[in-house]
Design a protein around this ligand. Structure first.
Ligand code: NAD
Length: 252
């Protein structure tokens, strides 16, 4: 029973590890005894080293997920730093672009889809190289309220996050037989750099808050219990689910 929720000794890759949610996930895994390869953009490396320098099992790996070749290089570097294996993949990196559809450029569309969907697929495929032979793995994707709602002015983001729910099921359908769990978390409205523009707009901020039965926006810490659950043996019989952690936003 005691071991049900443990991740001690596990080897994890977290993408977007310098982000609002990714950094809290990274700290939660490290505090729980896992080793973590922290992937993020090159300009985030010194910040990551400053914040996580005190953990001997934290390894920063620069990675631009927009570039296919760089994903592969970074993934292999991360796996090597973790000692040549991988138990947990947390695909937390994500981007947002806002704009009316009639003004939304191909560049904006491709940028969001490449990072939020295509990179998640490639990281997952590479994780399989380690997880399938080991007959063990935990893959955690990050969905969104926009996995359920089309949203307004976020066509690429909503499309990518809708697809993440389906991709998570597809991975689970194929890889559960290898002992690999694939599941997703759908955060509600969480205060991070990604949502800072919404926070600055009092009207939007209050409108969202008013829909949340808990009466407040979430913080990344509100998601960590679900993350650790999905990374541990406690979730071993879950298969391709997306868990909303949204203060009840979807209830209304
Ligand atoms: N904040 C929210 O309310 C919310 C709600 C639902 C889902 N999410 C999802 O949660 C995840 C984390 O979001 P967040 O709020 O922490 O955002 P954030 O902007 O704070 O962090 C995103 C991280 O991804 C990294 N990143 C961006 N482009 C990259 C690239 N090309 N290569 C490597 N790394 C890159 C950034 O450097 C950053 O560290 C995202 O997938 C986001 O879509 C967030």
């Amino acid at each position: 029973m005691q071991d049900l929720f443990t991740v001690s000794g596990k080897r994890a890759i977290v993408t977007g590890a310098a982000g609002g949610i990714g950094s809290v996930f990274t700290r939660a895994l490290l505090e729980a005894g896992a080793s973590v390869a922290m992937l993020d953009m090159d300009n985030q490396m010194s910040g990551l080293r400053q914040v996580f320098g005190g953990y001997e099992n934290a390894f920063s790996v620069s990675c631009n997920l927009l570039e296919k070749g760089d994903r592969e290089r970074a993934f292999e570097e991360a796996a090597a730093k973790l000692g040549g294996g991988l138990d947990i993949l947390v695909n937390s990196a994500g981007v947002q672009r806002r704009g009316h559809i009639e003004e939304f450029t191909d560049e904006m569309w491709e940028f969001v889809l490449e990072i939020n969907l295509n990179a998640v697929f490639s990281m997952t495929r590479m994780a399989g190289k380690y997880m399938i032979p080991a007959r063990y793995g935990k893959i955690i994707n990050i969905a969104s309220m926009n996995s359920y709602f089309g949203g307004t002015n976020v066509p690429a983001y909503a499309s990518s996050k809708g697809a993440i729910v389906q991709l998570t099921k597809a991975i689970a359908n194929e890889w559960s037989r290898y002992g690999i769990n694939a599941n997703a978390i759908a955060p509600g409205f969480i205060e991070t750099p990604m949502t800072s523009d919404m926070k600055e707009n009092k009207e939007i901020y209050e409108y969202k808050r008013g829909r949340i039965p808990y009466g407040r926006w979430g913080t990344p810490d509100d998601l960590t219990g679900t993350l650790l659950f999905l990374c541990s043996a406690a979730s071993d019989y879950l298969c391709g689910v997306t868990i909303p952690v949204d203060g009840g936003y979807l209830c209304k």
